[in-house]
Write a protein that binds this ligand. Sequence first.
Ligand SMILES: [Zn+2]
Length: 242
Amino acid sequence: MIGQRESVSGAHFAFTDRWGGVSAAPYEELNLGGAVGDDPGAVRTNRELAAKSLGVDPARVVWMNQVHGADAVVVDEPWGDRPVPEVDAIVTAGRGLALAVLTADCVPVLLADPVAGVVAAAHAGRPGLVAGVVPAAVRAMTGLGAEPSRIVARTGPAVCGRCYEVPEAMRAEVAAAEPAAHAETRWGTPAVDVGAGVRAQLERLGVRDREQSPVCTLESADHFSYRRDRTTGRLAGYVWLD
Ligand SMILES: [Zn+2]
């Protein structure tokens, strides 16, 4: 259910694994993604189960309509009947509002400045890394009074650089935007390390407290991996303030 969980000065970070939900194969068990072909009723139940295990009100969880872009939006209440915006980062200064990001290989980035009382969740895949979704999230946070030097950054399970094979030209394109993402697979072919790129961006932004999950989704049977399984579920990362 909840694979990793941490609290820092009233800010809470959590990442799910694939177990403990009600979805049938190939989404078993805790698929939290609503746009992957799974039964919507199962997804709703899974979202309730995950929120309850975190001690969060399911109605106070804010999801995004993720599009591999770099737009960030500030929220202060759940979307309700409003359309869920197409963004890849959400930011709030609201207490008890849990921001959620969905992934299956992409890097889920959770950020919190507990002093300012500002948190953010971002979806950083290869396009988002290049487009700058992480800098956009940090900029939106500083707009609400956060200081990069106080931001605590946690990145969740994602495909690792030794598994993420890409064509040579694609590696060159990504490395031109973010040199730290240049990688090689364990079998010696061109690869991209999105997590390393995210860490380099955070460091450049002045975010000092950075920790990354050691889990590679493609290598872990306990996590969803799009590159491994194609039709599969989505993991979630959650960040919220007391
Ligand atoms: Zn790997």
